[in-house]
Design a protein around this ligand. Structure first.
Ligand code: PLP
Length: 512
């Protein structure tokens, strides 16, 4: 048993049994009465006829207090960061309130991307300075903040790779991108989406692919290597430079998916290792709110050689003035304008508040916290770790397995994950598909959570494992203390039943 001392808290989620907002309120109720439109109502409208509504929008009608009450209830029903969230491979962090306040200021929130750059020099200066910070951290020469997430940045690399080889007249020959069985699925997926064939290197006994396997896979048809290091099991490949050198020797590019940057911040730089391009997830590592493709930022950095292919606009500084330019051989936009500029301001504020020393301390703390977790988790009966024979310690996370526990109790890692939420613990991360470690789980302690939080997390896992031995049904049918019990996913593959808007829901369920 673990020696942690934390006691387990009594927890139950608030449950309000409330409809969706469209089902609340009553016709004619108002929170805000907007001013009359200044635009002509008929005749010479700014909008062409084809874009004008024929009937009013079907919007809910509520008083302000009802709206506030509804969304407060929803927030109470969601655990969010109010539980302990050690969601691995994502580096869950506190999002400082001050950064929200800064980005709500009109100098950020009210700027329109089509304004003349001379009217928002301060904001451009912040984004340009963030680029300087990331150039220092990575050693890269240029950054694009346009991608709306990590996977988006991987896609940008795949299309930059295409443009780079095309510019050298080698695209027809460079048909393959090499990745590993432990790379995040966005690497092979985006390579394929950009038209490349994918070669996936297997993981060897020591937890990473071998240089020999790489050398056998590359040649004149290699366009690029795309991988992360440390990987999502927390394993750092010590032969990474040999990998990059071998790919360069055959004329390919090397892309560093730096999603797991937290474990190596300020300790190593992508460019110093030899990578041609890299990506950071500002929405995870840099204290910006988490959110997959869309509200987030996959910061894509590259060498001078690849910079002409970046999406525009890019910010350049001429004397004291910031200007926007289109790179000479740009691959085009991967999303609009400068991307999610508010998130860039938050990342800049976080990076400056941390400073280089703070980033290093955070990185070291995240390793210490993971090693602390590992010592206690490995003392739990039924828990094993991936590639246990590997000599080097794990970095900022460790991938564990409940395979033995499943054999003993019949309970899966998902059952255990569900039951832990009954104690106010946010569901842990399992592993990206396909699982190469059976019944996996991957907590990531990070630098932010206190020792008491980590102890509580470990104590809850130990408690749930014991509970499952005594009463497997209790764990199998969990969660019991959450608003939503197990979700029935059987309709998710049926377009006739699922709906992502209220209008579609009513239409598909015979009410529209
Ligand atoms: C190693 C790695 N690369 C890429 C991604 C994709 O990032 P995003 O979710 O921002 O698209 C993730 C997400 O967890 C990841 O762990």
């Amino acid at each position: 048993m673990s020696t942690v001392s934390s006691s387990i808290r009594d927890y139950h989620a608030a449950s309000w049994d409330e409809g969706v907002i469209y089902e609340l309120g009553a016709p004619g109720r108002r929170g805000v009465v907007p001013p009359q439109s200044w635009a002509p109502q008929s005749g010479d409208s700014l909008f062409p006829q084809s874009l004008r509504r024929e009937r009013d929008a079907d919007l809910p009608e509520l008083a302000e207090y009802e709206v506030r009450r509804h969304f407060t209830h929803l927030s109470q029903q969601t655990m969010g960061m109010m539980g302990i969230s050690l969601f691995g491979t994502c580096t869950m962090k506190h999002n400082p309130t001050v950064n929200e306040q800064i980005t709500a200021r009109s100098e950020v929130a009210a700027v329109h991307p089509r304004q003349d750059p001379s009217t928002y020099q301060g904001l451009l200066g912040i984004v340009h300075s963030l680029e300087d910070e990331l150039r220092n951290l990575s050693g890269m020469d240029a950054f694009s903040f346009q991608p709306g997430g990590g996977a988006d940045a991987a896609y940008l690399h795949a299309v930059v790779t295409r443009a780079y080889h095309a510019s050298r007249g080698e695209l027809a020959q460079r048909t393959h991108i090499v990745t590993t069985a432990q790379a995040h699925p966005c690497n092979p997926a985006t390579a394929k989406a950009a038209g490349f064939e994918v070669i996936t290197l297997p993981i060897e006994e020591d937890g990473y692919p071998s240089v020999e396997a790489l050398k056998a896979a590359i040649g004149p048809n290699t366009a690029a290597l795309m991988l992360n290091n440390p990987d999502d099991m927390g394993i750092y490949n010590p032969h990474i430079k040999e990998f990059i050198d071998a790919v360069h020797e055959v004329g390919g590019l090397a892309f560093y998916d730096n999603a797991n940057f937290n474990g190596v911040m300020t300790r190593l730089r992508a460019r110093d290792l030899g990578f041609d391009a890299c990506m950071y997830m500002l929405h995870k590592t840099f204290g910006v709110p988490k959110g997959g493709n869309g509200p987030s930022v996959g910061a894509y950095g590259c060498s001078d050689e690849l910079a002409p292919f970046l999406p525009g606009p890019r910010i350049v500084k001429n004397g004291d003035v910031y200007d926007l330019i289109e790179p000479e051989h740009s691959v085009g936009r991967v999303r609009e304008f400068l991307g999610n500029v508010q998130q860039l301001v938050k990342a800049y504020s976080w990076t400056r508040a941390m400073g280089t020393d703070g980033l290093r301390e955070a990185s070291d703390l995240s390793l210490l916290a993971n090693n602390y977790m590992e010592k206690h988790l490995m003392a739990l009966k039924g828990v094993t770790m991936s590639f246990p024979g590997k000599a080097l310690p794990r970095m900022e996370m460790t991938r564990y397995s409940l395979e033995e526990y499943t054999a003993e109790t019949g309970l899966s890692t998902v059952d255990v994950q569900n039951r832990m939420t009954d104690f106010g613990i946010d569901a842990y991360w399992l592993a990206h598909e396909p699982w190469i470690v059976p019944e996996p789980f991957t907590p990531e302690a990070g630098e932010m959570w206190s020792k008491e939080d980590l102890d509580e997390w470990i104590a809850v896992l130990a408690h749930v494992l014991e509970e499952g031995r005594r009463d497997p049904e209790l764990v199998r049918t969990a969660p019991h203390n959450q608003v939503v019990a197990q979700i029935d996913g059987s309709g998710l593959d049926n377009p006739d039943t699922w709906a992502v808007t209220w209008a579609a829901y009513r239409r598909k369920h015979g009410n529209g």
